[in-house]
Each structure stands twice: as structure tokens, then as C-alpha cells.
Design a protein around this ligand. Structure first.
Ligand SMILES: [Zn+2]
Ligand SMILES: [Zn+2]
Length: 144
């Protein structure tokens, strides 16, 4: 997964993305806050469709089944993917800063949040009980 991701990070550090250093370099003060829900909405939308596509019979067995071999998920399963599966589901995170401005510190914060989120939906601790937000109970049902 990391190998496939290197070109994106290389392009980002070489200045080809819309990432910026401080609030003064961004679109405005309002965007310091707006980039967070925009990033979550964008990535969640596309990851939903990519994940759904990975469940198509032509892709599932080769690419996505390695993740679902954990019928009862564990925190370790959250990062256990076929490399192309993991890369495909990470694509929206890497494409976002090429389409929309993104503060580099917000990017790190969002990456940290997403990693924690990914672990928590696989940890079997049903801390979230929401019809809107995907939690461990919902994702455990998906694995079952
Ligand atoms: Zn799945
Ligand atoms: Zn899973």
C-alpha cells in the first residue's frame, strides 16, 4: 500500500497539490473549519462506492476477501488488506488535496483521525450507536 502511495506524497511535497502551510495561505478563515467536513464528506462518499465495487463478484475474491477473512473483526484487521484493496480505498484521501485546498496540519490531523476511526470500527467496542455514523456494530455486521 505504501509503495503505491509514494507518488502522491512525492507530488504533494514537491508542490503539485493544493496543500498550504498556514491559514493566511488558504482560501480564508472560513475554510480553516470547512475543510474538515468537506474532506470527510468527499472521502466517505468515494470510499463507500469503492468499497461497494470491491464487493462485486469480479473483484471480491481476489482483492477484498483477504480483509473479510476476519469474520469477527479485530483492530489488526483494520489495516489488513490486499495491497490494491488498501490502495483503492485510500485513493480519495490522496486525491482530495489535488482537487481542494487543504492545510497540511489539517491533513495530518485528518489522517490521524481516519486511522483511529478505522481501528475503532474494527475493535468490537460498540461505543457508537448511530443510524447515521458507521460504528463498530455496523462494521461488525458487514464482516459477519
Ligand atoms: Zn467489505
Ligand atoms: Zn472491515
Amino acid at each position: 500500500m505504501a509503495v503505491f502511495t509514494v507518488p502522491f506524497f512525492l507530488a504533494e511535497v514537491r508542490g503539485y497539490s493544493k496543500m498550504y502551510d498556514s491559514s493566511a495561505d488558504g482560501p480564508g478563515k472560513w475554510y480553516d473549519y470547512a475543510q474538515f467536513p468537506l474532506f470527510i464528506a468527499f472521502t466517505d462518499f468515494f470510499i463507500y462506492w469503492i468499497h461497494r465495487g470491491l464487493h462485486h463478484k469480479s473483484l471480491y475474491k481476489k482483492l477484498h476477501k483477504p480483509h473479510h477473512k476476519w469474520i469477527v473483526p479485530t483492530p489488526y484487521a483494520s489495516h489488513a488488506f490486499h495491497p490494491l484493496d488498501g490502495f483503492a480505498q485510500s485513493l480519495p484521501y490522496h486525491i482530495f488535496p489535488f482537487l481542494f485546498p487543504l492545510n497540511k496540519f489539517a491533513y495530518i490531523a485528518l489522517f490521524t483521525f481516519i486511522n483511529i476511526w478505522t481501528v475503532t470500527i474494527h475493535d468490537g467496542e460498540y461505543a457508537m450507536n448511530s443510524k447515521i455514523i458507521n460504528g463498530a456494530a455496523c462494521h461488525t455486521m458487514h464482516h459477519l
